[in-house]
Design a binder for this molecule. Structure first.
Ligand code: G3P
Length: 225
């Protein structure tokens, strides 16, 4: 499973990227606005520091302007994935861009039928928003299950990129369903490593080690490694 960071906070992305666990980044107009930066500069900085796909979203709603914006965003770096909304104009733009070799992430997906259209439009990634479905009392993970099943029936090349993740259980369920990618807010990604028994066990190990008075690095009882 690939882990993408769902953020336009370049400092947070840089810190997480240094763990070696980051396979890509997704941004959207709200995340760009939150960053306070210029979209072209912020996306260029992210694409330079992260090797994997970096999603940058168009802001037009008509095909012609989406296409112009998408082509401009794609020129920022080879690893740019142009994000388009799941509308007929977005799908039309997706088809043109992917036919030309540009990665496209079709976003704001809330139904399996929408996901089916995105795959037929040649989307590189489909972004179903699980958290926003949960927010209105629907089961976001049921949508992921449907999409994974449908895509497997027809061997579509589109990768299921689970988005709008609110907590670690969303990630766990997405992984159990075989989703290709999860895009994680920085706080969710870092929280995955946390467990109280790990903390407790590590403290016990180090307390016992301290009683030995030993130090691995200071030990001179063997030839320099
Ligand atoms: O960036 C796409 C998606 O992850 C946004 O999620 O938290 O705004 O519902 P959210």
């Amino acid at each position: 499973m690939k882990f993408f960071v769902d953020s336009a906070d370049t400092a947070a992305i840089r810190e997480l990227n240094e763990t070696g666990l980051v396979d890509g980044v997704t941004t959207n107009p709200s995340l760009i606005a939150k960053s306070g930066g210029n979209i072209l500069k912020v996306v260029a900085e992210i694409a330079e520091m992260v090797e994997g796909p970096v999603s940058a979203e168009v802001t037009a709603t008509d095909h012609a302007t989406m296409l112009a914006e998408g082509r401009k965003l794609a020129k920022i770096a080879p690893n740019i994935a142009v994000k388009v909304p799941l509308t007929m104009d977005g799908l039309k733009t997706c088809k043109v861009l992917t036919d030309a070799g540009t990665m496209v992430n079709v976003t704001l997906c809330f139904s399996a039928n929408q996901a089916l259209l995105a795959a037929k439009a040649g989307a590189t990634f489909i972004s179903p928003f699980v958290g926003r479905l949960d927010d209105i009392g629907q089961d976001g993970m049921e949508l992921i299950a449907d999409i994974v099943s449908i895509y497997d029936n027809y061997d579509f090349g589109t990768e299921v990129l689970v988005a709008s993740i609110r907590h670690p259980m969303h990630l766990l369920d997405a992984a159990k369903l075989g989703a290709d990618v999860a895009t994680l807010p920085p706080n969710v990604l870092t929280s995955l490593a946390n467990h109280p028994l790990t903390d407790k066990g590590l403290k016990a190990f180090l307390d016992d080690w301290a009683k030995t008075g030993q130090s691995i690095l200071d030990d001179t009882d063997m030839a320099e490694a």
